[in-house]
Design a protein around this ligand. Structure first.
Ligand SMILES: NC(=O)c1ccc[n+]([C@@H]2O[C@H](COP(=O)([O-])OP(=O)(O)OC[C@H]3O[C@@H](n4cnc5c(N)ncnc54)[C@H](O)[C@@H]3O)[C@@H](O)[C@H]2O)c1
Length: 254
C-alpha cells in the first residue's frame, strides 16, 4: 500500500518505538495522529512532524473513539494503525516476601497491552470497513506490537508475556476476519530495543543486554523497528503473521 497522503494512527506514539514510527510514517508522507497518555512528549512530536496529538488512554473505549473521530477530522479516513502503547512492569508470580502477585497487577498489564490493543484495532476496523477500498481492494493495515517475551519470556514476566502472547494469538483470526474488507493485520515481536523502557536501566546493564544479541551485537534502534512497520505497510502479501525483529536473540530464563 502506498503511504503518501494516508491517515495513520500510532498509539504510544509519544515515545520509543511508537515515536520512531510516527516520524517514519510522516517522512513517508502520511498524516499522523499520535494517541498517547503523555501530553508533553506527544504534542511536541506531533508539532515537529506536522501531525495531531490526542491524549488517549488505550484502555478506555470512549477515549479511543474520540481519537478516531479527531484523527478522521484531521486527515480523513484512517488507513494505518500501529499499536505501540504498552507497559512492562516486572513482577514474579510469587514475590520475595512469599506473597502471590496481586491479581490487579497482573490484570493491569493485560488491560493495557492486550485489551488496549484490541480496543483500538476493533474500533479502527469497524470504521475502515465502511470506507472506500483503495487499489487492489485493499482498505488498510493494522500493525500490533508483541514482544519476543511472547515466546521466550523471562522470570518476572508472566503478565507481560501473557499479554504479548495474546497479541500474537489474535493476529491470524483477525487477519482472517478482516480479509473480506481488505484490511491486513500483522504483529512485530521486537527483541531488545533502546527506548525509554530500557534507557532507565544503568548503562552497564544496557551494554550487557546488548551483548546477548548474536548479531548485530547491540540493542536495536527504534528506526529499525519503524523501518519494518513501513515495509509491512508497503508489502500487501504480508498478512496474518508475526515477525520477530531481534538479531537472533532467544531470551535466557533471567
Ligand atoms: N523496547 C523494547 O526493547 C521492547 C521490546 C519488545 C516489545 N516492546 C513493546 O513495544 C512497545 C513500545 O515500547 P517502547 O519501548 O517504545 O516503550 P516506551 O515506554 O518508550 O513507550 C510506550 C508508550 O506507551 C504509552 N502508554 C502506556 N500506557 C498507555 C495507555 N494506557 N494509553 C496510551 N498510551 C500508553 C506511554 O505513555 C509511552 O509513550 C510496547 O508495547 C512494548 O511492550 C518494546
Amino acid at each position: 500500500m502506498e503511504i503518501s497522503g494516508l491517515g495513520a494512527l500510532v498509539s504510544g506514539g509519544a515515545s520509543g518505538l511508537g515515536a520512531a514510527t510516527a516520524r517514519q510514517l510522516a517522512d513517508a508522507g502520511a498524516r499522523v495522529t499520535i494517541a498517547d497518555l503523555d501530553e508533553t512528549g506527544g504534542s511536541a512530536l506531533a508539532a515537529r512532524i506536522g501531525g495531531l496529538f490526542v491524549r488517549t488512554d488505550v484502555t478506555k473505549p470512549a477515549e479511543v473513539a474520540e481519537a478516531l473521530d479527531r484523527s478522521g477530522a484531521f486527515s480523513g479516513t484512517q488507513r494505518i494503525l500501529v499499536n505501540c502503547a504498552g507497559i512492562a512492569p516486572p513482577a514474579k508470580a510469587v514475590g520475595r516476601d512469599g506473597n502471590a502477585l496481586a491479581l490487579s497487577a497482573f490484570a493491569r498489564v493485560i488491560e493495557v497491552n492486550l485489551l488496549g490493543t484490541f480496543n483500538f484495532l476493533s474500533q479502527f476496523a469497524a470504521r475502515l470497513q465502511a470506507a472506500e477500498a483503495l487499489g487492489d481492494e485493499e482498505r488498510g493495515v493494522i500493525v500490533n506490537t508483541a514482544s519476543v517475551a511472547a515466546f521466550d519470556g523471562q522470570i518476572g514476566q508472566p503478565a507481560y508475556s501473557a499479554s504479548k502472547a495474546g497479541v500474537v494469538g489474535m493476529t491470524l483470526p483477525l487477519a482472517r476476519e478482516f480479509a473480506k474488507s481488505g484490511i491486513r493485520v500483522m504483529a512485530i515481536a521486537p527483541g531488545l530495543f533502546l527506548t525509554p523502557m530500557l534507557e532507565s536501566l544503568p548503562e552497564d546493564t544496557q551494554t550487557s543486554l546488548g551483548q546477548q544479541v548474536p548479531f548485530p551485537n547491540r540493542l536495536g534502534r527504534p528506526e529499525e523497528f519503524s523501518a519494518l512497520v513501513e515495509a509491512i505497510i508497503r508489502n500487501s502479501m504480508l498478512n496474518g503473521e508475526v515477525i520477530r525483529l531481534d538479531g537472533a536473540i532467544r531470551m535466557a530464563p533471567r
